[in-house]
Design a protein. Structure first.
Length: 194
C-alpha cells in the first residue's frame, strides 16, 4: 500500500514515512505512549507537556481540518463540532475534552498506547470510554500519519463523541452486535469511522 510520505504529495510505503524513521520522534512517541502500560480503563490519563513543535502541528492540522469540514461536512457533523470541546490553539489533555464529552453524551477518553484490540475497544465503548493516544504525528507530513495520533483521536473522534446521534448514540448497540459475532468477525464492525 502506498501512502503520503512528504508534503508535496509523494507516495511510497508507510515504512518510509518520516514518523517511522526519525529516531528522535520515535523516542518521544515511545515515551508518551509508555504511560499506557498498565493503565486501567477509566483511570485519568497522565498530563503531557507538549513541545512547541507539537503544538504547531496541532494548530496546522486543526485549521486545515476546520476549513475542510466547513466546506464538505454534513450539518450533523458541523453541529457536533460546535458542541465538541476541541480547542484550536493548543493540544488538549484528555481530561479537558473528556469532561465536556461526559456531560454531553456520557463518553470520556481512556488512555491507549497505540491501536487497541477489538474486544477491549468495543467493551470500553459500551461503558462510555473511547481509547485515545496522546502522542502527536510527525511534523514533516502534518496532514497524514500512518497510525492514529491525538489529532485523529481527539479532533476526529471527539467531534463524533459529542453527538448523541453519532457514534455516542449507537456504540452500545454496535458493541452488543460485535460481542455476538465470532472474534474474527468483530474486526469487521467498524466503529471508528461512522
Amino acid at each position: 500500500m502506498r501512502t503520503p510520505i512528504a508534503t508535496d504529495g509523494r507516495l511510497d510505503t508507510a515504512a518510509k514515512h518520516p514518523g517511522l524513521s526519525d529516531p528522535q520522534y520515535l523516542l518521544r512517541r515511545r515515551a508518551i505512549a509508555s504511560s499506557a502500560r498498565g493503565h486501567r480503563v477509566g483511570d485519568p490519563s497522565p498530563r503531557v507537556e507538549y513541545t512547541e513543535a507539537e503544538q504547531r502541528t496541532w494548530r496546522t492540522v486543526h485549521q486545515r481540518l476546520w476549513d475542510a469540514q466547513h466546506e464538505h461536512a454534513c450539518r450533523a457533523a458541523l453541529n457536533a463540532r460546535e458542541q465538541a470541546p476541541v480547542p484550536a490553539e493548543h493540544i488538549p489533555q484528555h481530561a479537558e475534552v473528556g469532561l465536556r464529552l461526559r456531560r454531553l453524551t456520557g463518553f470520556d477518553f481512556t488512555l491507549a498506547g497505540g491501536v487497541v484490540g477489538n474486544k477491549r475497544f468495543l467493551g470500553s465503548m459500551a461503558h462510555g470510554y473511547f481509547h485515545a493516544v496522546q502522542f502527536v504525528r510527525h511534523p514533516a507530513v502534518p496532514m497524514f500519519t500512518p497510525e492514529p495520533d491525538i489529532i485523529h483521536d481527539v479532533s476526529g473522534h471527539g467531534i463524533h463523541l459529542a453527538s448523541p446521534t453519532s457514534v455516542a448514540g449507537i456504540s452500545p448497540r454496535l458493541q452488543r452486535a460485535a460481542w455476538s459475532c465470532r472474534a474474527s468477525a468483530a474486526a469487521d464492525v467498524d466503529v471508528t469511522h461512522p
